[in-house]
Design a protein around this ligand. Structure first.
Ligand code: DX5
Ligand code: ZN
Length: 216
């Protein structure tokens, strides 16, 4: 069954602990944490202190999405403050293979994110080292954007690549996913769907139950 990973970028930061509790009580296992540096992407979001604080109050799987330049500088710190999965962008790493090894040496699961226009060939030689590939279905930097339709073809192609090699690598999709397209995306072979605005805009419980009705 499809897993949902609510992105806290769209949560109410004045009540972040409560918002996280609400999604956790809905049985959601993953929490998507969007770290943005204002350079790799046009926005600045938050960093280690926030992750350290929320780590104390939940056992959810922290799916940390680093939208930062030269992420190798901070892998150890994000591991220390509680990341379970660390995702780096292929476009932000000069030495991607080395960064993947670094993430695994820190005891975290390793994932690589691909921007919409970046071909799957960017992960071709490291796919068997990856616990997950994150397919961006929006241009990174903001919540609440529209899903880019060609991401679905990319998901299907990645699914075949993983199947051909008999790997257990998960596929996560990120950006513009909501009740109206989540079934199509699930059918394409996604394992985890990041949802920010679709979960946190308005009534969280209601939003989650609406999505569960579609995917369960
Ligand atoms: C965008 C982030 C996404 C975003 C998802 O750069 O990586 O995780 O917060 O938000 P929605 O689901 O609203 O597109
Ligand atoms: Zn993200």
């Amino acid at each position: 069954m499809l897993e949902i990973a609510p992105s806290i970028l769209s949560a109410d930061f004045a009540n972040l602990g409560a918002d996280i509790k609400t999604v956790e009580q809905e049985g959601i296992k993953y929490l998507h944490i969007d770290v943005m540096d204002g350079k790799f992407v046009p926005s600045i979001s938050f960093g280690m202190p926030i992750i350290t604080s929320i780590r104390k109050n939940t056992d959810m799987i922290f799916d940390v999405h680093l939208m930062i330049e030269e992420p190798e500088r901070y892998i150890g710190e994000f591991a220390k403050c509680g990341a379970d999965i660390i995702t780096v962008h292929a476009e932000a790493c000069l030495h991607l293979d080395r960064v993947i090894e670094q993430i695994k040496e820190c005891g975290c699961k390793a994932a690589v994110a691909l921007n919409p226009a970046t071909p799957l060939s960017a992960v071709e030689y490291v796919l068997d080292k990856l616990d997950m590939v994150l397919i961006m279905s929006v241009n990174p930097g903001f919540g609440g954007q529209k899903y880019i339709p060609y991401a679905t073809e990319k998901i299907k192609a990645l699914k075949s690549m993983i199947a051909e090699r008999n790997l257990a690598t998960l596929i996560e999709v990120d950006g513009g996913v909501n009740a109206s397209n989540v079934q199509e995306i699930t059918d394409a072979g996604v394992d985890i769907a990041v949802m920010g605005s679709a979960v946190f805009n308005g009534e969280i419980k209601e939003n989650v139950e609406k999505i569960y009705k579609i995917i369960k």
